[in-house]
Design a protein around this ligand. Sequence first.
Ligand SMILES: Nc1ncnc2c1ncn2[C@@H]1O[C@H](COP(=O)(O)OP(=O)(O)OP(=O)(O)O)[C@@H](O)[C@H]1O
Ligand SMILES: [Mg+2]
Length: 399
Amino acid sequence: VAEDAADEVGVLSRAFNRMTHQLSTQRDDLMGANRELDERRRFTETVLAGVSAGVIGLDRRGRIHLPNRSASELVGRPLEEAVGRDLREVLPELAESLDEVVRRPDRLVQHEIRLATPNGRSRTLLVRAAAEHLDGEIIGFVVTFDDITELVSAQRKAAWADVARRIAHEIKNPLTPIQLSAERLKRKYLKEIQSDPETYVALIETIVRQVGDIGRMVDEFSSFARMPAPQMKPDDLADICRQALFLQRTGSPEVEFASLIPDHKVPVVCDGRLVGQALTNLLKNAIEGIQGRENPDAGRGRITLSLTEHSERLVVEIIDNGRGLPQENRERLTEPYVTTRAKGTGLGLAIVKKIMEDHAGDLYLEDAPGGGAKVSLIFPIAEPPPLQPSAETTVSHGV
Ligand SMILES: Nc1ncnc2c1ncn2[C@@H]1O[C@H](COP(=O)(O)OP(=O)(O)OP(=O)(O)O)[C@@H](O)[C@H]1O
Ligand SMILES: [Mg+2]
């Protein structure tokens, strides 16, 4: 608007122009602030989507308002579908953390929780909950969590491995002098023994033999702590299964053994000795599961070992009709020294797990239909390695 008139119209025009100018700067400022907000929001969302930790934003009543992708993955449920619902209802496992931070909003609450995911595995999560404040008022809560399952299990394993190694070391130390002394007694003083030299020899041999047994036992005891490196070779899994079964069958005639093993060779690259050891441990567990049944007249104990070939893996299943796996702490059964048997050491499954890890395979513990336990070993079938120039290093398949 032209401003040159000196009258009221001129004053008005100048005021008007000033106002439009101010309005336009204010609009620009607003748009700029908005853009900045938008950029920040996008940045936050990108960060939230990119982090491996689970993050759930809650309103001040504890209703889910912004879950990130990792949160859904870690709890094994699509949380975006639960937006608007109370976290305590959707994930009761997190209720305690939330309740605590509601009670004490000035603190960062931290808990370790166990969470069963829909695929039957359980995870250990480190959960942190904090209140979100704005001008001294609580406007919501943020719950974050990390998957520390592997970490916890690795820590426990490392601790036990260390203890086992030390105990084994301390026990083995005096064994060699005991053995040498006994042998010397025999060599040096046998001729001086007048009465009953046969008994003298027998006693000394008992000492030597028993000391040898203790040494081997200790070796086994610490074997999971420093298991021998597996010697991978082409082998026949069907044969390994048959041999393991044969050993236990002879030892436990009261149990009925069934085998569903292909008649042909089932090629696998593995350490046959270790895999045999794993199968023996599992079969022994199955036998002990049958012996531990509450109702001893529950029909004949039965163990079925089956080997099936799939396109990418081989599956060995051992099913028994024994007492079944304990419900409690099931995911800890593969940890060293976890046992429910009075005479068990709890190393059996820990060794099996280690052996399967060495073979890049898996171990599953499940309930068998109709009670009893079902334990599966999964062996991946490796891609045939690229042909090597030397025939010795070429791993043959299909033999
Ligand atoms: N087939 C099974 N049926 C029932 N429970 C089982 C079976 N296999 C394993 N378990 C449970 O898992 C626990 C751990 O097994 P693991 O083989 O590691 O140790 P253990 O058998 O107790 O002792 P050991 O070191 O002598 O093998 C057992 O104590 C038992 O509670
Ligand atoms: Mg066992």
